[in-house]
Write a protein that binds this ligand. Structure first.
Ligand SMILES: Nc1ncnc2c1ncn2[C@@H]1O[C@H](COP(=O)(O)OP(=O)(O)O)[C@@H](O)[C@H]1O
Ligand SMILES: [Mg+2]
Length: 301
């Protein structure tokens, strides 16, 4: 298919179908005359496909594909991408130039395509070197306590920040937690499920329904404790345990398991709900268990 033909198919049919046509794909933003060229499908989420892309009219200063286009799969999914855009804009504004910004996907642009079936596209700056916890788990099915420690601490950092902005992520799951093993970095993505504290979470990623706590299944208000519950499930998963049955492998030191278990209590009121306070307690526990913090390399290549 020629570039022109595929552009027409994008504009009039709304979506390109096959992966092998990626090099031909152009997404044109009429209002600012911006064009993105999608180069490869990176992943598919619950409501959107994510494509690596370059900006056609930008000087190629960075090699590779510096953008990530998150494209709503159907017009009914536009609302989820719009919710994500609004929440991320608010959080990135609040983060300013602080390090919290590094924990959030870098939203660079957002627009709705023209044509018969308009789709919202959220555009992110693509950061290399990150892996989802699903990919980490595939390579390392039973992660050591020292790695669990740094991953959990960083999850608590971004959750504490987001909760102070009155925002519950609502889907702290292995598909949305990305880590950078070489730099011990972490990004929390997938903000389309997020709600204000005290509101109900209405959309659950299909594969992870069983992971959610009772308040979500019973359509009761969600709060910081809901995110902490899901973060604790992620830790059990990474350790090689059974997150749904709350079974942790013996290899994980008991003090860590006892600590994490408090986040998994049935009743939200019994669980911790301050991520930063929890992080301080966790630091104390780690000091007693492992001594002063050291860098533990995790290889994923
Ligand atoms: N900023 C990002 N960097 C790298 N990969 C990402 C990023 N955002 C999303 N992904 C990948 O795309 C998948 C789907 O993204 P997500 O935002 O969850 O889409 P959806 O809202 O459709 O579920 C994620 O599970 C992850 O594998
Ligand atoms: Mg998702």
């Amino acid at each position: 298919m020629s570039r022109f033909a595929s552009l027409l198919s994008w504009l009039f049919d709304g979506y390109w179908p096959a992966e092998d046509q990626h090099e031909d794909l152009l997404v044109r933003r009429e209002d600012v005359r911006r064009r993105y060229v999608a180069t490869r499908l990176l992943a598919s989420g619950d409501v959107a496909d994510l494509h690596l892309a370059t900006a056609a009219d930008e000087p190629a200063t960075t090699p590779g594909a510096p953008y990530l286009l998150k494209v709503a799969r159907a017009p009914r999914d536009n609302a989820a991408l719009d919710a994500e855009r609004r929440k991320l804009t608010k959080l990135l504004d609040a983060a300013g130039a602080t390090t919290y910004r590094e924990y959030l996907p870098a939203l660079a642009d957002s627009f709705v395509t023209a044509g018969r079936f308009p789709r919202r596209i959220n555009v992110f700056r693509f950061k290399t070197g990150f892996y989802t916890l699903e990919q980490v788990h595939e390579r390392h099915p039973t992660l050591d306590g020292r790695h669990l420690a740094w991953v959990f601490k960083r999850v608590l950092t971004i959750l504490g920040f987001s909760h102070r902005q009155n925002t519950v992520h609502g889907a702290v799951l292995p598909c949305h937690v990305l880590i950078h093993p070489a730099l011990h970095g972490l990004q929390l993505v997938g903000w389309g499920h997020s709600v204000a504290a005290g509101r109900r979470i209405r959309t659950l990623p299909a594969r992870y329904q069983e992971w959610y706590p009772a308040e979500v299944h019973c359509q009761r208000p969600a709060g910081p404790a809901t995110d902490l519950f899901l973060a604790a499930r992620c830790l059990v998963y990474l350790a090689g345990g059974d997150p749904v049955c709350r079974r942790m492998p013996q290899a994980v030191p008991l003090p860590i398991w006892r600590f994490v278990r408090t986040c998994l209590l049935e009743s939200a009121r019994m669980r911790p709900d301050d991520a930063w306070a929890l992080q301080e307690d966790f630091d104390e526990l780690l000091l007693a268990l492992y001594g002063p913090p050291k860098f533990h390399e995790l290889t994923l290549t």
